[in-house]
Design a binder for this molecule. Structure first.
Ligand code: C5P
Length: 246
């Protein structure tokens, strides 16, 4: 098993295709991210099934009032599930669950309190500014420049007691200037190996660039899932990361 920082986003895949790919990449990546697969299969069943192949990032990007956020975290991503006398809750819990930063600090505090009651640890990752936003879209939709909003949301993440932020690799150096954020896990989507299409992503970086600037984990979807040889794509990305001078 290699130490990899790659989380493969299993977006828009039939269940059978997703698990076939996961079997192929097992041991070569950190794990797998489920978004629409959570809805298709149900969160618990999806997480349980993906555990066989690596760690699991559940990406429902929860956005709701504080009480409903707490309910969803508790009901779908925590709690105790018993079969006979064997408690198997860890099999049903994701390693990481995502919530939207723009729910505000009260909802984030509620989520952090709820997950602190879980017997098995789950990290809450707070999605700051979507990597598909450029400056203009961030201003229009979130009311400020990218860096200011990412900083505000990252500070809220720390204050609330959540564990990780999701941001683009382009903000990582700036975030390093803020020691109050040092304990946060940094997860970066918008990763594009050299020569691949940006698609709908606006704030992108290469795998090596993201890790050099401080990314702990990289969410990568299409560059792997749409490659004719996904395993070769993973080898290439891991090699790109391992080649950087830190
Ligand atoms: O295919 P691609 O590598 O662009 O996929 C990126 C994945 O990361 C998608 O599943 C998307 O939902 C997710 N994501 C993102 N930007 C964020 C948070 C999550 O692209 N800020």
């Amino acid at each position: 098993m290699v130490e990899s920082k790659i989380i493969v986003a299993l977006d828009r895949m039939a269940e059978s295709d997703a698990f076939e790919l996961a079997e192929k990449l097992k041991g070569e990546v950190w794990g797998f991210k489920a978004n629409d697969l959570l809805d298709k299969m149900g969160p618990r069943e999806c997480i349980y099934a993906l555990r066989k192949y690596g760690k699991v990032m559940a990406d429902p990007k929860l956005y709701d009032i504080p009480n409903t956020m707490k309910n969803r975290i508790e009901v779908y991503f925590g709690g105790v599930e018993e079969k006979g006398k064997i408690t198997i809750e860890e099999m049903y819990q994701a390693d990481i669950v995502t919530v939207m930063a723009c729910v505000g600090i009260d909802a984030l505090i509620g989520v952090a309190e709820t997950k602190s009651g879980f017997k098995v640890p789950t990290d809450i990752a707070v999605v700051t500014v979507l990597t598909s936003f450029d400056e203009e879209e961030c201003n229009i939709n979130l009311g400020g420049p990218v860096k200011a909003k990412v900083l505000q949301y990252a500070r809220n993440t720390v204050l609330a007691g959540c564990d990780a932020i999701v941001c683009s690799a382009q903000e990582l150096l700036f975030l390093k200037e803020h020691p109050e954020l040092d304990g946060l896990i940094r997860i970066t989507p918008g990763i594009r190996p050299k020569g691949t299409s940006a698609d709908d992503q606006k704030r992108i970086d290469t795998p090596g660039g993201a890790v050099k600037n401080g990314a702990d984990l990289l969410v990568i979807g299409r560059a792997i899932t749409e490659n004719d040889d996904p395993l070769a794509a993973v080898y290439g990305i891991n090699a790109n990361i391992n080649s950087i001078d830190m």
